[in-house]
Ligand binder design. Structure first.
Ligand code: FES
Length: 68
């Protein structure tokens, strides 16, 4: 039997999007796939964008890509 164990990072790219709230790309994508439809719902759920706001453009871009 051949067992191959892969890191989650090999399966999908991940990176820190919101440094203020320590929110990763994968967490944002999971929230969108779980029903978050806009920045407010992501902010309510993950606290993205409620600090310095420098991540808002990136979060909006992720939203657009995921909601296509
Ligand atoms: S980096 Fe997201 S609120 Fe500051």
């Amino acid at each position: 039997m051949n067992l191959v164990v892969r890191s989650p990072l090999e399966q999908k790219p991940d990176y820190l999007v919101c440094t203020c709230a320590c929110v990763m790309y994968s967490e944002i994508v999971d929230a969108i796939r779980g029903g978050a439809k806009d920045l407010k719902s992501l902010s309510d759920e993950l606290l993205v964008g409620v600090g310095c706001s420098s991540c808002v453009a990136e979060v909006q871009q992720i939203l657009q890509e995921e909601l296509k």
